[in-house]
Design a protein around this ligand. Structure first.
Ligand code: CO
Length: 261
């Protein structure tokens, strides 16, 4: 009898249908293409988003325990679980805890988040550099990550350091809720007196609430408004990382590594 194999792609989730399609579904398709003999399944980790989609659209999406229990019940024996998380933070810890009880029931192969090994930082930095125009004369790129109280937050500084090492000295990484915050971004810009213009990009898999409001919003406390107030010409790109094929291929590579481990 042939082994039944599945690929479970796990995302935080989004309640915006177009963002879901352009980012999460696009990642799922590319990861699935790397493992064509695996049946593709989806799970979201955010209970709030799952409840919102169920209430609004009547659409049921599994969380991780339900997705894995369903695969066991359907007779799947090998499951590659690939998260679309950027870092090894709280969401990934939760995912590992939820997957743990299934390791005895399935040959479960767990993929790592986008930024895990040292080489992942090189790979993401190169993917960003291949996907975006280099900062022009007098121009800085600022990436807005989420940020967290989890020790994984150090990933943002490491990514900025690698971008500098690879030649993008005027690329900065800041976060909404962690370190470095906007104050540090603003100070680092002021330490570069040649900078007159800032291009803002979300460093998040989906460009959702934080990108639309905290980064690019009309309110006076958005990064865009504060940078404009400080005299910079600002452009915002509202694209999640999932919209860049070069980034999607990194998730596919992580799934393949997990599969072959
Ligand atoms: Co948030």
């Amino acid at each position: 009898m042939e082994e039944k194999k599945a690929l479970l792609v796990v995302s935080f989730g989004t309640s915006f249908p177009d963002t879901l399609e352009k980012n999460i579904a696009a990642i799922e398709r590319d990861v699935s293409a790397a493992l064509p003999d695996h049946v593709l399944r989806r799970a979201f980790t955010s209970g709030m988003i799952l409840r919102k989609i169920a209430r609004r659209d009547g659409v049921h999406i599994d969380d991780v325990p339900r997705a894995l229990a369903r695969l066991v019940a359907e007779g799947f024996t090998q499951v590659v679980l690939q998260p679309t998380h950027i870092m090894n933070g709280d969401e990934y810890d939760k995912l590992c805890g939820q997957a743990a009880p299934f390791t005895g029931l399935l040959d479960l192969r767990l993929g790592t988040p986008l930024l895990t090994e040292a080489e992942d930082y090189q790979a993401l930095a190169r993917a960003l550099m291949d996907s975006l125009p280099a900062p022009g004369e007098g121009e800085a790129l600022v990436f807005m990550g989420h940020g967290t109280g989890h020790h994984a937050n150090a990933a943002y500084c490491q990514l900025e350091y690698v971008l500098h090492d690879l030649g993008w000295k005027d690329a900065l990484v800041g976060t909404v809720e962690g370190y470095p915050g906007f104050a540090e971004v603003l100070r680092r810009l002021s330490e570069r007196p040649h900078i007159r213009a800032v291009r803002l990009h979300p460093l998040m898999v989906v460009a959702g609430d934080h990108a639309n409001n905290d980064m690019a919003g009309e309110e006076e406390d958005s990064w865009r408004a504060q940078l404009e107030g400080a005299g910079y010409a600002v452009t915002c790109t509202l694209k999640g990382l999932g919209e860049y094929p070069a980034v999607r291929s990194l998730f596919a590579r992580h799934a393949l590594v997990a599969h072959d481990r």
